[in-house]
Ligand binder design. Structure first.
Ligand code: XIL
Length: 650
């Protein structure tokens, strides 16, 4: 990638913040090869190892403190918070490759917030990307900054650097590394999602990283619609008043055009990712509910929409005109954003009216999350009904569908779609992803097989539902291309998630097969009943009671372990509802269990079936998984009892 300056405009790249203090594990860690390291700076040889100050600050090797060994790099004499040590990685970082960058930072004294950033230039135009955001650092210990970064365009300057958020205090840097896991070739022999799901366009949210090299090929093969995930938001398009920039969105739009993809425009009005100047009155104070502030806010809104929607015209066929305006906890159902508190419902009316005027052929959407939740769905319904009755040009309702492997049910999702049918609006699924986590407190070192399988069933069932409602649903978009770049890595907490159809190395997951050909989903371990013809009953010599149990520890670490259990009906009659018991002999304690219901009293464990896996045909089986704790030893139980009868343990 050396010194290429082919692109005239500054273009985008992607910084996907991954983890602040600790490194979130990567998905499929078990199968990933070791990363290839391209940068290591340990400052053990007494030199600054190529690091330079960004300005006139001083860099020197120090032995006062070190993260490892005896040396670190100390930066002193800073006169601005953006000053700090930087390393040239031009010719080291290849375009399209996702690098994990890690650095250890410690203040010399006092405290501040440290950031890991990248400066890049194309044709002399500079851009600054944040890889790891503000992370508290003190002089008391070392703090790790780890994040992932993909160079998505040709550049003629590329430097990684450390800065602070406010002060100019001296700090130490040590053990900087950057590496990548080599890409695997795309699977070209598998069906394209867009050739299988033909009822409506299937889209993916994209950043600059999704349109280059293997990512671009994967995106092109499987999807026929794209949504810029951030590039069209207010902070990206009008960072300061009446200064419009399309540097982030233009390359994505050009890619879409060149590859014949539809584009969903996301989003013209939102309470997030909107610069603070928008809500600052002429007097420099935060806007309040005055006539003057309302007039100014609506004028800014109108100007924004005229420019941004006008800039792309017919190239964007659908706009999320307003995003997330509902709060079901308010009696009137309206989110108390500054938009609302200053302008009331008029901000929504103005937004749709202006959008219709500027792009008369575009479909105009109101978009929100949790629209499957009845209270929220109903408030959204009432608002859309009211505004449409007034003549506000709302064409469609967007359901984000940020869901997880346990929630919501297909029935609830169907009710969500049905609710809006009488309104005569279009509906789209706009931001679907299926988290492997079912609570904020879970973190897995690698996605458990059970969760990936459940996820495959969720994708299978939800896509089947949407396709059945093809007369209502006019597109389905996933919020990302592959698990290597998902917003769920940092939302709602920092941990590696795996919510999409392709894994971190762009290979098709079971979730992909759930959409494309459910018969190919790996049936083991299964959260649902596998049929007798698919899995012949195991032939075992012992245990004639009519059941067999396999208990496996699938992962183990100090103090914790993960297991799965498979129960098979080896008798001649179906089993309707089951309860499996065993005794632990090593003091193990199950903390969490899925695909079944748990009771544990001391050593005695009882697991009963979940609602969907209670019936076991002859030869059929059900599996469940769990996380537990152990100390000393973790022996497998020897005896299992199903509905009161001992089972074979093959
Ligand atoms: C997310 C982006 O994917 C992230 O990169 C960004 O940091 C935050 O916003 N609902 C929406 C989207 O409507 O705009 C959000 O996108 C995800 C939730």
């Amino acid at each position: 990638m050396r010194a290429l300056a082919r692109l005239a405009a500054a273009t985008l790249m992607v910084a996907a913040p991954l983890a602040a203090v600790t490194l979130a594990p990567t998905a499929n860690a078990a199968e990933d090869p070791a990363p290839i390291t391209v940068v290591t700076s340990d400052f053990e040889d007494g030199t600054v190892q190529g690091w330079t100050g960004r300005s006139a600050e001083t860099l020197a090797v120090s032995t006062a403190v070190a993260h490892s060994g005896t040396g670190s790099l100390e930066v002193t004499g800073r006169t601005a918070s953006w000053q700090g040590p930087s390393l040239d990685v031009l010719g080291v970082f290849e375009k399209g490759t996702a690098y994990t960058i890690s650095a250890w930072v410690r203040m010399a004294s006092g405290s501040d917030n440290a950031r890991l950033s990248v400066e890049r230039r194309t044709g002399g135009v500079a851009a600054y990307d944040q890889v790891v955001g503000n992370t508290a650092v003190t002089a008391d210990g070392w703090v790790n900054l780890t994040g992932r970064y993909t160079v998505a365009t040709d550049v003629d300057l590329l430097r990684i650097y450390i800065e602070t958020s406010s002060g100019t205090g001296s700090f130490h840097l040590d053990d900087v590394s950057a590496g990548y896991v080599p890409a695997l070739p795309n699977q070209t022999g598998i069906p394209s999602v867009r050739d299988v799901v033909t009822e409506f366009p299937v889209g993916a949210a994209i950043t600059g990283a999704e349109i280059v090299t293997e990512h671009g090929q994967l995106l092109d093969k499987h999807f026929n619609s794209v949504t810029p995930g951030n590039a069209l938001k207010w902070d990206a398009t009008e960072p300061s008043e009446n200064t419009f920039t399309y540097a982030q969105a233009d390359p994505l739009m050009a890619w879409a055009k060149a590859h014949g993809k539809a584009v969903r425009g996301h989003t013209l009005v939102w309470h997030n990712q909107t610069p603070s100047w928008v809500f600052t009155g002429a007097d420099g104070q935060p806007m309040t509910a005055t006539a003057e502030d309302k007039e100014l806010l609506l004028a800014r809104l109108e100007n924004h929409i005229r420019n941004v929607a006008g800039h792309y015209g017919a190239d964007i066929g659908v706009w999320d005109v307003v995003n997330e305006v509902i709060d079901e906890n308010e009696v009137d159902g309206l989110r108390r954003s500054t938009w609302y508190t200053v302008a009331g419902l008029d901000y929504i009316r103005t937004a749709f009216r202006v959008a219709r005027e500027v792009v008369p052929d575009a479909k105009l959407y109101i978009n929100d999350y949790n629209t499957n939740v009845p209270a929220k769905r109903d408030k959204l319904y009432s608002l859309v009904a009211q505004l449409r009755a007034e003549g506000v040009p709302i064409d469609g309702v967007g359901h984000q569908m940020h869901i997880n492997v346990n929630w919501p049910s297909v029935a609830e999702t169907e009710a969500m779609i049905q609710k809006f049918v009488p309104l005569g609006v279009e509906q789209q699924i706009t931001e679907m992803d299926v988290s492997i986590y079912t609570s904020n407190s879970e973190t897995f070192p690698a996605p458990p097989a059970d969760r990936l399988l459940k996820q495959a069933y969720v994708y299978r069932d939800m896509l089947a539902l949407f396709r059945r409602y093809a007369s209502e649903i006019t597109s389905v978009t996933l919020w990302g291309l592959a698990d290597d770049n998902t917003w769920l890595d940092t939302f709602p907490v920092t941990r590696k998630d795996a919510p999409l159809l392709f894994d971190t190395r762009l290979q098709a997951k079971s979730a992909y097969w759930g959409v494309v050909d459910p018969s190919k989903i790996d049936p083991s371990p299964s959260p649902s009943v596998s049929s007798s013809s698919a899995s012949p009953s195991p032939s075992q010599s012992s245990g004639t009671a009519g059941c067999a149990v396999t208990y496996r520890v699938t992962g183990s670490w100090p103090g914790g372990f993960q297991g799965d259990v498979k129960v098979t009906n080896t008798g001649p009659a179906p089993i309707a509802g089951w309860s499996l018991t065993w005794q632990y002999t090593g003091g193990q304690k199950i903390a969490q269990l899925w695909n079944g219901a748990l009771t544990q009293n001391g050593a005695a464990v009882t697991v009963t079936n979940a609602s969907w896996n209670g019936t076991l045909a002859p030869g059929g089986s059900a599996s469940f998984g769990f996380l537990g704790s152990w100390t000393g030893a973790n022996p497998a139980p020897a005896v299992f009892t199903l509905n009161g009868s001992a089972c074979a343990v093959p």
